[in-house]
Design a protein around this ligand. Sequence first.
Ligand SMILES: *[C@@H]1O[C@H](CO)[C@@H](O)[C@H](O)[C@H]1NC(C)=O
Length: 138
Amino acid sequence: MEALKWIFPIFLIILVVDGRTQCYKASGQVFCPTDHYKHYGVKVRLMDKDRMSLPWEADDEMGTAYTDEDGNYTVTGCGDDFGFWWNDPDPYIYIDHRCPEPGRSVSIAHRYKTIPIPEPKLVPEEIRVETVRLDISD
Ligand SMILES: *[C@@H]1O[C@H](CO)[C@@H](O)[C@H](O)[C@H]1NC(C)=O
């Protein structure tokens, strides 16, 4: 954890030196009506959709966070592009959870949910992500 104290300042320096690195801070809340413990400790990823717009490039993970006991999370991350305006990072939230489907009480498999970020704002602004329930599939 000690190293993390240095990583964030380094990101900030890169941001100043290289204006093409774009950082986001997004927070939101998830809830699981079918099992009230399954909104806790859920892995939340801040993803960057096809930053190069090339078909062979997979989406990039910019940052991860875990939800607290209320299902709240704040995830931060930076996306770099190659300096072309059409390559601006296109962030969205990707959630990996075990919230059971409606009418069930357990979920054996991991389930996934994508939450769009329609209006991404750069740090220092904070993006408020819509609250979602995890039991319903996309
Ligand atoms: C989670 O977010 C809600 C709504 O913003 C807030 O009322 C609640 O206090 C938060 N819980 C924690 C543990 O921060």
